[in-house]
Design a protein around this ligand. Structure first.
Ligand code: C2E
Ligand code: MG
Ligand code: MG
Ligand code: MG
Length: 279
């Protein structure tokens, strides 16, 4: 408990702020432990085409907490980023996903799958980012033409020139880039002409309102046209209903990801689903 000590003395007296601070200190300690004990898991969410065929998956990080169970990334990625721990966790994610990609390449029923991996803009800022990624590629022998790295618009606000060179270096190896959460950042459309992107991912906040808001519908429609004009692939994320899927199809978007076609699941469950669909 803080006391009032007189003028010019800074002290915490707001119990809410103090509680939040203690929580994040506690969380940081837990995250460092999670890192040491490797309490991470990768879940995979299907990406499907018009025929309902799964063409790829997005790898999504989960934290298997000893008491709290499975924790979603929204609850801990921001703290991993602010503490700089994201680079190490991000490498774990990429390596795990690349091993999976290499393993799937050996099975006729899975060898067509692409794997998308989220990369934090902070990872991009590491001076040795490309070197470390290349080391992962060499260790895992992943077929890189089926690897997609998902980046967000904030990358281009923070490190545009740098990011472009690093992207080009990775693209030379066959890796593709997808722009996640398109339309939700605070950046100019200029980066679309400057950066070597392959795919736009329409953010779920737009997708989920295509039928209820004409403004949202207009944004999604324009994004699909924009992607096509720029020669980029487009995929809609957060598709939850048949009606949303039908609307997207009607407007020229042929790739989807969302609860409608499958929630994120562990690798065993994913493989079972994919095999059972084929028979
Ligand atoms: P994201 O990359 O945009 O991933 C999509 C998120 O939307 C996932 O949440 C997914 O479970 C959720 N989602 C997919 N379809 C639907 C749907 O139909 N309805 C609803 N309501 N939600 C849907 P998740 O797994 O909780 O991940 C949240 C965010 O955390 C991700 O958003 C990504 O930005 C970040 N993230 C996840 N894994 C990683 C990682 O390995 N590294 C980094 N840097 N960030 C990650
Ligand atoms: Mg993503
Ligand atoms: Mg997204
Ligand atoms: Mg996101």
């Amino acid at each position: 408990q803080a006391k009032v000590k007189g003028r010019d003395t800074l002290c915490f007296f707001d119990p809410a702020i103090q509680a939040a601070l203690l929580t994040s200190i506690h969380l940081e300690r837990e995250l460092r432990q999670a890192l040491a004990l490797k309490q991470w898991q990768l879940y995979y969410q299907p990406q499907v085409n018009v025929d309902g065929k799964t063409t790829g998956v997005e790898a999504l990080l989960r934290w298997q907490h000893p008491e709290r169970g499975l924790v979603s990334p929204g609850e801990f990625i921001p703290l991993l980023e602010s503490t700089g721990l994201i680079s190490e966790v991000g490498e774990w994610v990429l390596e795990k996903a690349c091993y999976q990609l290499a393993r799937w390449a050996q099975y006729p029923e899975f060898c067509h799958l692409t794997v998308s991996v989220n990369i934090s803009p902070l990872q991009f800022q590491d001076a040795d980012f490309v070197t470390r990624i290349k080391a992962i590629f060499e260790r895992t022998k992943a077929p890189l033409q089926r690897l997609k790295l998902e980046v967000t618009e904030s990358l281009f606000v923070e490190a545009r020139d740098n990011a472009r060179d690093k992207m080009l270096e990775l693209k030379a190896l066959g890796v593709r880039f997808s722009l996640d959460d398109f339309g939700t950042g605070y950046s100019s459309l200029m980066y679309l002409t400057q950066l070597p992107l392959d795919q736009l991912k329409i953010d779920q906040s737009f997708v989920q309102r295509v039928l209820t808001s004409s403004a949202n519908a207009a944004i999604v429609e324009s994004t699909i046209v924009l992607a096509e004009s720029l020669g980029l692939d487009v995929i809609a994320e957060g598709v939850e209903t048949q009606a949303q899927k039908a609307w997207l199809l009607e407007h020229g978007c042929h790739a989807y990801q969302g609860d409608l076609s499958g929630r994120p699941v562990p690798v065993d469950a994913l493989e079972e689903q994919l095999v059972s669909v084929q028979h």
